[in-house]
Design a protein around this ligand. Sequence first.
Ligand code: FAD
Length: 378
Amino acid sequence: MDFSFTPLEQELQKRVRRLAEEQIAPIAAEADESGRVHRGLMSILARAGLLRYCVPQEYGGYGVKVVRLCIIREELARVSAQADTNFIMQGLGSYPITLGGTPEQKARYLPPVARGEAIAAFALTEPGGGSDVLNMQTTAVRQGDDWVLNGAKKFISQAGDANTYVVFAKTDPAGGSRSLSAFVVEPGTPGFDDSRRQDLMAPHPIGEPRFDNCRLPAGALLGQPGQGLRLALGTLDTFRTTVGAAAVGMAQAAYEAALSYAKERKMFGQTLADFQATQFKLADMAVSLDAARLLTYRAAWLKDSGKESVIKEASFAKLFATEAASRIVNESLQIHGGVGLEKGHPVERLYREVRALTIYEGTSEIQRQTIARQLLRE
Ligand SMILES: Cc1cc2nc3c(=O)[nH]c(=O)nc-3n(C[C@H](O)[C@H](O)[C@H](O)COP(=O)(O)OP(=O)(O)OC[C@H]3O[C@@H](n4cnc5c(N)ncnc54)[C@H](O)[C@@H]3O)c2cc1C
């Protein structure tokens, strides 16, 4: 068994860590609280060529490899949740085009995403269709050569700032796994309104795009009618493991902060780190962090190695790493005492930011359900 990164991956990790610490960390607090796609961050990510890891080689990228996405997410999330979101949404928002687009659609939409000139969004969730995706109410009806969309989405990352939306809508009212289709929608299309924003506990670029008789040409359809769920799940199956990596990055930051604070903070004639109660907390944090990292990179490596299905391993990684990160950040805040609650403290920010990870791209409950289904099927 070999647990090491290839020389190329080691180089990538070193490069992203340096970029994150030198260029992103100084603007992280301001960027993370902005609640919009941060143009400064986007241009740092684009200039460094990182967005190219979200796009296939034939369309201006370096090819989509899950281990590399995980390395980048871990290092970015360690310093800035916003940098992590801005980065990975270029992948999540464009991957249905990579999977199901025609050569013309790929040539039109993917190169600008790789260069950071177009911002991508993935619009699946709706008020009534979160975990229960097939309950979505947005419809697309064929009229001549066109498709007419009606409905509303919710919790769509980058909405309001995006240039390329992949939107999932119901094309077969009878329901079932072939009832959804995927479309590419560009802002400015009559009947499409992406101006509604949402305000979350930790500011996030997110909104509620709406469709009111929004007419799209036949060329906006991705793949065939009825392939929407396949494209959505195919995308989520590739990207789910990377949520584990973002969790590992945040947990790493919280652990490092706890370790250094415990060594510095003096009380009762010694440091906080001298108490066994603190040492046990640090030990538990380190073990969970390592287990989360191992599960994440194993799932990523299996996917890149071409294993036919990594559904179970990706759910293991997403479930464990996001829950472990929530515990680690919570313990780090406890070790910091009142200081950790002060608005703007890095651990206070992490405490708010880590919370979304057990919810988006399949909640912890949905991951458990998926894992159990796989176990029973095996
Ligand atoms: C920061 C953030 C960014 C997001 N970005 C995007 C995006 O870019 N694109 C997009 O399409 N969506 C996005 N989402 C939406 C996200 O994927 C959904 O929030 C998620 O799928 C859960 O759906 P819901 O919020 O409707 O919760 P619900 O589905 O209503 O779930 C509520 C609760 O019920 C539980 N539950 C559901 N089913 C079961 C069950 N069978 N058994 C037991 N418990 C169950 C859930 O686990 C949860 O605890 C984002 C969400 C957040 C918070």
